[in-house]
Design a protein around this ligand. Sequence first.
Ligand SMILES: [Ca+2]
Ligand SMILES: [Ca+2]
Ligand SMILES: [Ca+2]
Length: 633
Amino acid sequence: MNHLSLRAFLLAASLFLPADLLAGPDDQDGYAIITSRDTILGIHGCYAQCLNDGDCPERQRCVAVPNVGQGCLPTRDDELAPDDWSLCEAPLDCGLEEICARQPAPTKVAAFVEHKRRRGFAVHVVDETAWGGGRGDDGADNIRAWLQANYQALNLRYVLLIGDPRPSGDVPMRGSKPANNAYQDWAGNPVVLTDYYFADLDSNWDLDGDGALAEFSVNPAQIQPGSPASFHPDSLTDDMGPGGANRDAEVSVGRIPFYGNVADLDHILQKTMDYENADEDSIAWRHSALLAAEGQHRAFFGELIRTDVLVPNDFETYRVYDLEACWDHEANEDVDCRSPIDGVPQSLECTPTHVEDAVNAIRPGFVTWLTHGSGRGAQAVMLQGNARALPDDKPFFTFQASCYNGQPQTTDNLAYELLKNGAIGTIGAATISHGPGSPMPSLVNSAGNAGMAYNFAKRLIADRMSAGEALTALRRDVDVNNRWWYWKNYLTFNLWGDPSIGLYSHAIAEVPGPSDMGVDSGSPDGSVAAVDAGEILPDSGVANDALAQDAASDRGGLLPDVNSSSQDAAEENPDSVSTEVDQFSGVSVDGSVVNDHSSHSKSGCNAVSDSSGSVPWLTMLVILLCLPWRRRV
Ligand SMILES: [Ca+2]
Ligand SMILES: [Ca+2]
Ligand SMILES: [Ca+2]
C-alpha cells in the first residue's frame, strides 16, 4: 500500500466504518496497542525558527536541519545537524514561530502489527488522538475510558501498552491506593502505579468517590495507631463492593515501556516476533527453569514450584539456594533445613554470579526468584550488570518475587533491563511486594509474591497459557483472603512484554486477511516491503494534549514504619521484602518480616457491569491498522 492510500484508508476507517466492521469477523480476537504518537512516530520537539545564531537563546545555535528547516538547537559547534528528523504532521503544541520536528521513529512497529495480524488478531493501534491524551492519572483515566467504551465492540482479548509508564509519561500507569484503609501499624500506604487498571474494565475503581482508587476494605475494630486507616478514621469507605474494583479482568494486559530509546523498542519488538516465529521443533530448550531464593527460609518456594509444576511437566530445573548452613557435604543432603529439599540443588549459595552462571548453563525458558529487591536489583540474585551480560538469543519469562523490580519511575528498572536483554516477558513489582516470611506447606491458594510466582508458573507452564492470560487467570482464581496486601500485590505486579505470547508460542500457518478491504494495493504483484513506522501516520491535525504535569510520583511515599515490626511466625506473613534505597523517595527500606494474625471476613471482590465513561465512535479516531494482507514473496 502506498502512503496516500494508507492515509485515505485510515481516514475512511476511522470516520465511517461501524464498530462491528472494525472488529473483524466474530470469531477474531482483538488486540489493541495503546500508544502515543511520540512513541510510534518519533519524539517531537518545538524549535524556534531562526536565520542565524543571534536569533537563538544562549547555548543554542541556529542549525539547518535537513527536511525540517532552520531552528535553534542546543548543539555544540562541532556537532553535525541531525539528518534523520522529520516535520511533525501538525503543529501540535508548538508556537507560531516554532518548528515542530520529530526525531527518528522506531522501525519495527508496523512489522509487529502485521505479525500479530497474521497470527489471527484484529489489531488496533490507538494513539492519544483516539484515547484522549494527558499525563498522570488523567491520562490513565482516558486510556481506561477508551478501553471501556471499546473492548466489547472490538472483542479485545489483549492490550499491549507501548509508551512511557511514568506519571510524567505519555502512556501513564494509574496511581492506586490499595493500602489506604490498612489498619496495621506496620503498613505503608504508597501510591501503587498499576496497569491492572486497564485490564479490569467492568468496574468503578473509585466506588466510594473519594479520589483514592482501589482502596481495600478496613476492619474498623482493629485499627492501630499509626496505620494508614488511623489517619482518616471518619472516612473508611472502600472501592471493593459490588460494582467496584475486582479480580476478574476483562482483557489481558502487557506493556513495553518506552523511555525514549527507539533502538531498544525495536529490539524488543523484533525479539518478540522472532520468539513467536520459531519453528515448533526448535523450542524444546524452553522446557527448563531456573529457581533462585535468597536465605534458607525461602528455598521452599523453589521446591514447591519444582515439585508441583516443573517435574510433572518434564522441565529441567536448576536450583540456586542458600543452604550451606544446613547442608551435610559428606552425605550430600540437607540437615534440618527450614524446608525439605529434594535431592541436591546445583548451587548451595545464592549469589548473582551463580544465577548468571545458571542461565548460561541451562538457557532456561522460565526464571523465578524470591528475595529482597529494589528498582535496580534483586538481592543475591540479579543486578543490572548481570542482566546486561546475559545472552539474548533464548530469552526467558520471569516472575520476580521481590520488591521494586518493576518500578516504572526507574527507567532502568530490572524488569525492563531484562526485557531488553535476557528475557521475553517479565513480571516485577512497582512497589514493595508482600510474601511469606517463612516456609509454607503449599502456595496453591496464596496471593503473596511467592504464591503469585507459583501460580503464574503453573498457568504458564502446566496450563500452557500466554503470559498475559496466566497473570489474568491467577488474579481471578486465587483469592486475596481479605488481605489488603495481597490485593496490593495484584496491582503492583505488572507484565512487561507482549501479553499474548507464552512459553509454547511458535510459528503457525499465516492467517490470510481480507483481500477486498477497498484499499488500493499500490503494487500490482501483491508484494510489499515491511511497512515502515512512518506510514502509521493518521492524517489528522489533532493537537497533542500533553499536560505538563509532573504528578504524583509516589505521593504517599514509603512510610519508614514499614520495617518497624519484625517478627517471624510459622504462619503466612506479609514479608515486606525490600532493600537498599528507593531511588525516588530516598527512603531507605530495609527487609522485614511483619506479622498479622488478624483477618476479617468482609468479602472483597465482585464483578458487576458498569459504565463509567464512554467515547462515542464517531468522535473517536482509531488509528486502525487492519493492514491488508500481502503475500510475502
Ligand atoms: Ca472485571
Ligand atoms: Ca476510593
Ligand atoms: Ca475511601
